[in-house]
Design a binder for this molecule. Structure first.
Ligand code: X5A
Ligand code: ZN
Length: 666
């Protein structure tokens, strides 16, 4: 399995700059690039990456997307006088040319393609390219919106040509619509393009009708273009996560890309004068982490926009840290998407239902004629924030980033298993033995301890507690323990967490597990995945996902993305416990995926408890805990209708309690 993260950067790309007054273009400054690199150095991230030198993209590569006429125009820039540069620039919308523009644009293309090579050849697992000029607005015959060559679109075509890829996913989290990418792949089902963008009912640049949610692609490409228009400013962490969980990821897992490219604009982050959104830098860590579960982790992140230098550079750092495999910081703020975001989510799901099996069983009401349309009568005052506001965000971020903790212990995983199993594990895993029998006795009192036999059982509980202690003290990131009685050992663990004042514990169990907790005070949230129908009805803190084993399908995406993660992200646990009991109704790849996804929560702190009888699962659990392993699922088969319908019902039942479950504005 490939490891490491490629980083593309070169100072030379700061030479392209605006030579005259132009209030539209003056935000696309060279410092965008240098300030990102400076910040990466502050966090000691540069030395942890595999540095990939830039090269010039060739004419042939540029012409994978652009016409030779347009290439010739850009090529003339170095010889132009300022007057001619101005005239050429004026021929396009929101673009400036400089004598070094051609050189820089070729470096941006070449750097991006080198990163694709690093990832596709297995030299690194993933990568990030800090480049300018950006690319996603540029079109076959035109520069547009600060963009000269369409770096990401060229990368997609290049990867398909050179590596024979049949499915590439492009995720455009820039705040503007990458209409250039949409046009290039509009009829192409081999490239799935997703973009969210500030839209305000077509009032916001580039004010195109085709940026709305109903542009789904054309001809063979129908269903392979996903637009999520933001009709209000101020969208934040909850709105972004909701769109990933309810729109992008279900479709992306069904699409099953072989490579994921990100048009990574950070003008969708807080403080940006263009975007006016409110997502904090950690949000980009989470978006990155979620995308890392696709395409066996082959993820290439390419810089597009981002005009608040501090916000941009902190968000870039968050993205790169996550690519490097660091534990994720907590997402701040109340996890409730706003009504306008929910309407957009609803509409895009409705319009894509005919094309995607994962939406097939969803009962999505006809399109809502948006209540927000009324607001067109009172358009938002959408002026640029002034320098005072920019400084305010600077100060906010200064404090905010100090408050975020980045635990990165030297030992990632610690385990309590017996000697024979220990030999199977990788040497980087630390083995724990517990001794404090007095503490264990105290924990056992009050629990249904008839089951406790002397000797072996007691030892397995002791060792489990030792593992749990290390996780709680943040000496390790995660851990695993084998137990002869997982239900009891979970109850012990939860009681121990309570004693140690761990505020919120998320406990996800699979199979026949009955975790006894005394209280329903919100300090524990239980989710059980079981083939058996629940005995008691679901409550806010005790949820059963009744999931029967399908004959041919091992597909668990709808409960994982549509239920478990939204609840978990709404709850914001401090620790996650995953319990694997007997009679599991999901396969081991599903369990691996759940473990990987849940690592986005509780600062990646996870304790996995395995029933002795399920020990064959040990390797499957250890892999996603210790390394960057991502499971694969084979051909997509839709979920069983009954299963999905139960999940949908549960979602409706709980969405007032856990707001991220909402995927509609009704
Ligand atoms: C790459 C990018 C924005 C252009 C805005 C023009 N372009 N008003 O963010
Ligand atoms: Zn942008």
């Amino acid at each position: 399995m490939a490891s490491g993260t490629a980083l593309v950067y070169d100072d030379e790309m700061t030479s392209h700059k605006l030579l005259w007054d132009d209030p539209v273009c003056d935000i696309e400054v060279p410092e965008r690039l240098s300030s990102c690199y400076e910040r990466l150095k502050c966090y000691n991230l540069v030395e942890r990456c595999v540095s990939v030198p830039v090269r010039e993209g060739t004419e042939e590569e540029v012409m994978l997307v652009h016409s030779s006429d347009y290439l010739e125009t850009v090529k003339r820039a170095p010889k132009m006088t300022e007057e001619e540069l101005r005239k050429t620039s004026a021929g396009y919308d929101a673009v400036f040319f400089h004598p070094t523009t051609y050189r820089c644009a070729k470096l941006a293309v070449g750097g991006t393609l080198d990163m694709v090579d690093a990832v596709m050849s297995g030299k690194t697992r993933n990568g990030m390219a800090l480049i300018r000029p950006p690319g996603h607005h540029s079109q076959r015959n035109a520069a547009n919106g600060f963009c000269i060559f369409n770096n990401v679109a060229i990368a997609a075509k290049y990867a398909q040509r050179k590596y024979g890829l049949r499915r590439v996913l492009i995720v455009d989290w820039d705040v503007h619509h990458g209409q250039g990418i949409q046009y290039i792949f509009n009829e192409d089902p081999s490239v799935l393009y997703f973009s969210w963008h500030r839209y305000e009912h077509q009032q916001y640049w580039p004010t195109l009708r085709e940026s709305d949610y109903d542009s789904v692609g054309q001809g063979k490409g129908k269903g392979f273009n996903i637009n999520v228009p933001w009709n209000k400013i101020g969208m934040g962490n909850a709105d972004y996560v909701a769109v990933f969980l309810h729109v992008l990821l279900p479709l992306a897992f069904e699409f099953d890309p072989e490579l994921v490219l990100v048009s990574a604009g950070y003008d969708s982050g807080i403080g940006d004068p263009e975007g006016q959104m409110s997502a904090t830098p950690e949000c980009f860590a989470h978006l990155t982490h979620l995308l890392m579960q696709l395409a066996k982790g082959k993820l290439c992140v390419v810089l597009e926009g981002g005009y608040h230098l501090r916000s941009l550079s902190e968000s870039v750092c968050m993205t790169l840290k996550t690519l490097l495999g660091d534990p994720l910081p907590r997402l701040s703020g109340e996890m409730a998407p706003c009504l306008s975001a929910l309407e957009s989510i609803h509409n895009v799901r409705a319009v894509h239902k005919p094309y995607w099996k994962c939406l097939m069983h969803e009962d999505i009401a006809p399109l809502q004629d948006l209540s927000t349309r009324a607001q067109l009568l009172h358009p938002l005052e959408a002026g640029r924030p002034n320098s005072e506001e920019t400084i305010r965000t600077d100060k906010f971020l200064e404090l905010h980033m100090k408050n975020i903790s980045f635990p990165r212990p030297h030992v990632k995983t610690t385990v309590a298993v017996d000697e024979s199993n220990a030999r199977l594990l990788s040497p980087s895993v630390q083995i724990e033995k517990g001794k404090d029998t007095k503490e264990l006795k105290a924990l056992l009192s009050g629990l249904d301890a008839d089951l406790v036999k002397e000797g072996k059982d007691l030892n397995s509980f002791l060792n489990m507690l030792a593992v749990l202690d290390k996780i709680i003290k943040k000496e390790v990131t995660n851990g695993l323990a084998v137990s002869s009685e997982v239900s009891l050992s979970s109850a012990i663990a939860l009681k121990h967490c309570r004693n140690l004042k761990v505020q919120k514990v998320l406990c996800v169990s699979v199979g026949d597990v009955d975790v006894k907790t005394d209280l329903d005070d919100g300090k524990v949230l239980l989710i059980n995945i079981s083939a058996k129908a629940p005995k008691k009805s679901d409550t806010k803190y005790n949820i059963t996902v009744n999931w029967e084993k399908g004959a041919e399908t091992n597909n668990f995406f709808s409960p994982a993305l549509g239920l478990i993660l939204p609840v978990a992200y709404s709850y914001q646990p401090d620790l996650t416990i995953i319990v694997l009991g007997p009679n599991q109704s999901v396969g081991q790849n599903v369990i691996s995926l759940l473990i990987r996804l849940l690592q986005g929560l509780a600062q990646s702190h996870i304790l996995a408890l395995i029933q002795e009888t399920e020990e064959t699962l040990l390797q499957d659990i250890i892999k996603p805990l210790t390394s960057d392993f991502t499971p694969s699922f084979g051909t997509y088969a839709p979920d069983l209708k009954e299963n999905v319908q139960r999940v949908i019902k549960l979602r409706e039942q709980l969405q007032n309690e856990w707001k991220l479950l909402q995927c509609s504005g009704k």
